[in-house]
Design a protein. Sequence first.
Length: 404
Amino acid sequence: MDSRKLSIISLTSLAHFMNDSTALLYSFLIIYYTTDYHVSIVFLGAVSVAYTLISGLASPPIGDFADRRDLDAPLMAAGILIEAAAVALFGFSFVLTSEIYELVALAAVALGLGQAFYHPIGGAILSRSFGGGAGTLMGINGSMGSLGRAIMPSLVAGLVFAYGLPGGIGLFSVVLFASALVVLLGLRFYRKGQLSGDIRAKKEKMERRYYRFLIVFGAIIFIRSMFITGTTTFLGEFVYRLYLSKALAAAFLTVSFMGPVLGQPVFGMITERRGGYFSFSLSSLLSVFSFALFLVFAKNFVLSLAFYTIMAFAVYNAFPVLLGYVSQVFPRRFLTVVNSYVWGVGNVAGGAAGNALMTLLLGRGFSILEGFYANMILAVVSTVMVFLLPKLGIQASVKGVSGK
């Protein structure tokens, strides 16, 4: 591997680590907002819907813009920079408590916008740069994102313990700012045309068969993401209400989300060797069974943690599985924009719908556990729908494996 490609995998992994380190931030901060500042859980749920929806809707135009301009590295750094500003605003919300509702809403909007950048752009950079070997590398790259997501709750809890809420969150913001600068300077050499020759000079249209696959696949991802995000957003609050301990809630989030650190490279290799259809089906089935057992043993900390870790191992692998699958099905010249629709509309906007469902149920007086059971139904539906995928998606993934 030459030095430029080594820089690409290293710096996109750093970007993924920092980007995903914000993934559970809002879920974790909900505990402080509800317990220490008595912010309405329904308001916080509504804000989670808004910021997730913004992330989903912003991703396609960002992906389309990136596809038509040679600005992948600057755009990726810009996303982390916006996330840094969002984290700073969350910190200010604990200082200007009279404006806490307004600052939380503004910070969440900025967070959603910042999170719209990395995945479609990072996935396309890796697919263009490494071609048929991208599946395993996307898994390794994704594991860095999972590591960032896993350690953040405990890291922020430690910073808050040492420096207080505003100070601890402020330091986290500074780290994000510095990381954005490193990514921008380190990847300033990257030009997609130099590596793949497929930068589009003009607008082209995909064949209809690709659109049919994209619609069905997007619908499955949308419903699947409703289940995943709707449960993840309120997971920290759920554990806190069971054990009345912020430390246990942080530990649960950190330990369980270590599962994808291993799951991402494992499913990346499966995607590369057995095809995206197989890995996606396996991921869906395993997540349904493990989440069902998590609910059954919800009041047993050890068993619930074990089964949720397995669930996280199976389902938080969208980067190598979803985007790796897409790279096997679609022509490379469309990867960034297709990634943005699969990730933004399917994965992220679906997550917004899941948060909306959970918020509605909580507003109607249902418990978080009852809301989780409702989301379980969505998991089953999305898994059954895998069998509706057009043959194109099965055949293309197999050809992608064989290198034809």
